[in-house]
Design a protein around this ligand. Sequence first.
Ligand SMILES: [Zn+2]
Length: 129
Amino acid sequence: MSNEDTKLSKSLNKYAGFVFRWQRYKTFSPDWDHDHCQGCWARFAEWPDQWTDTVYTEGWVTLWPVTRTAKEKEDLIAEFRASGYVLVPSPELGGFQLDWLCPNCFEACHQELGFVIDSKHPQWQIAGL
Ligand SMILES: [Zn+2]
């Protein structure tokens, strides 16, 4: 395993044993029209023509539990606003957010981190997918 892969698997360690499936990227809200690979920050979007960089229109997705309360989220948005930024909270689906991995990052860590591929897992229904 190369150094790069070791670094990658460390940063993706939080997904160890998570259930993934291959899916088309879909825009869930008008304010949230793209995502990034959690490993290499490559862009995911439904309409690649709107971007000038490399865009994946499909990839490996998993559900990351969103633990922030509504109040914490409000505070965070206010904090960003106070420092002159606009924070768009990620769309939440049944208490989860979608986290994406490009094919390269998924392949590089698939075995080591024990990613589970299961497109029929009940978690997808819970998230309304
Ligand atoms: Zn990647």
